[in-house]
Design a protein around this ligand. Structure first.
Ligand code: G6P
Length: 367
């Protein structure tokens, strides 16, 4: 009903605008005296300290949250971390020992493949953490510990606020592992936590003026295909941006690590072909700019997601969407938001139902 949408034209937009609150609620009460508190994880500090391998298992958008987390877990804790779609993980024979941590990420907590994967992992002796939005869901019940994201009910089929909640929760888990393994000091934890909390304000800034996003969307709406490119965290944002676009607008999209352009996707480019580049300030910023130039030279229409204050990017891109400056490890939280709005805007221009895309379900409880 209109009341449930809170005055927004569709649930997707409402849920995109819910995101600052999701981040705040997911973080609330987590930092106590410089220590991250996850009492519900039910693992002793010794068990946590013994973890020597992490698998993040998920499907769909939740899998993309996992890709982001891998970067943070390995950076801060130096524990090797793999991210796998649950339907693959469950049918192979992954290396699992009692010091393996499996993190199952599932908004609904009832995705069939994710559930089967954690059952199997526990039988093989892994410790399992669930990250879910639904209290008492199967994933929550069948894990050793659970971190709830506080996104409240998500109704639009395409995940938005649950994704940011997952990224926030996984970021805190990565910080906890970093603290336990000695990679992060208490002072660093405090500083990172404060910056993570600040992303709620930065999302509000993005949401305050979305006109540049709508202009870029209007320029791309008639394309038959689009390519998303980025590096590092930027590449993972691209996978999610391309998924959002194809699932709600039916415009074919794919995402590539920008360094792979020359190994195939550059062949697709022609006059007016949309290339959406995540070019926020990062250690690989200059490399991404080179990839933008290569694309531009083939006639591509460039939409760049860039850091506020980056005037230089205007020389290379047809459309620039600015996001506030954040530490690179938090850029997924901010830079994903314009890509959600971009997908929605294109879907509406193409006459699609953004809340209920064809052929898709909110949760996939059968294989
Ligand atoms: C479906 C939904 C997606 C979601 C995926 C995984 O495909 O449409 O939005 O990302 O399932 O769902 P889960 O509840 O396990 O996160």
């Amino acid at each position: 009903s209109a009341a449930e949408k809170g005055g927004y034209p569709d649930f997707m937009l409402k849920e995109i605008y819910d995101q600052p609150r999701t981040v705040r609620d997911t973080l609330a009460g987590r930092l106590v005296n410089g220590h991250l508190q996850f009492d519900e994880l039910a693992l002793t500090p010794e068990e946590l300290a013994a973890i020597d391998r992490v698998y993040i298992i998920a499907c769909g958008t939740s899998y993309h949250a996992g890709l982001i987390a891998k970067n943070l877990i390995e950076m801060w804790s130096r524990i090797p971390c793999e991210v796998e779609v649950a339907s693959e993980f469950r049918y192979r024979n992954p290396i699992i020992t009692p010091s393996t941590l499996v993190v199952a990420v599932s908004q609904s907590g009832e995705t069939a493949d994710t559930l089967a994967a954690i059952r199997d992992a526990r039988i093989k002796g892994a410790k399992v953490f669930g990250i879910t939005n639904v209290v008492g869901s199967p994933v929550a019940r069948e894990s050793d510990g659970v971190i709830y994201i506080k996104a409240n009910k998500e109704i639009a089929v395409a995940a938005t606020k649950s994704f940011l909640g997952q990224v926030a929760a996984l970021t805190m888990l990565a910080m906890l592992l970093g603290q336990i393994k000695g990679g992060l000091t208490t002072a660093q934890i405090r500083m990172l936590f404060r910056e993570l909390a600040d992303t709620a304000l930065q999302i509000e800034q993005i949401l305050a003026d979305t006109s540049a996003i709508d202009e870029a969307a209007a320029a791309c709406k008639d394309a038959t295909s689009a390519l998303f490119i980025g590096r590092g965290i930027g590449a993972t944002i691209c996978y999610e941006g391309a998924l959002k676009l194809k699932e709600i607008s039916y415009l074919h999209a794919e995402a590539y690590a920008a360094g792979e352009m020359k190994h195939g996707p550059i062949a697709l480019l022609h006059e007016g072909f949309p290339v959406i580049a995540v070019a926020t300030k990062s250690p690989t910023y200059d490399k991404v700019v080179s990839n933008i130039q290569e694309s531009k030279a083939r006639g591509a229409l460039i939409v760049a997601i860039a850091t506020e204050g980056d005037e230089d990017i205007k020389k290379h891109a047809d459309y620039v969407i600015y996001v506030p400056k954040v530490r690179d490890c938090f850029s997924a939280i901010t830079a994903s938001v314009p890509l959600q709005l971009f997908a929605r805007s294109i879907a509406l221009l193409r006459g699609c139902d953004v809340d209920q895309p064809r052929n898709l379900a909110k949760s996939v409880t059968v294989e």
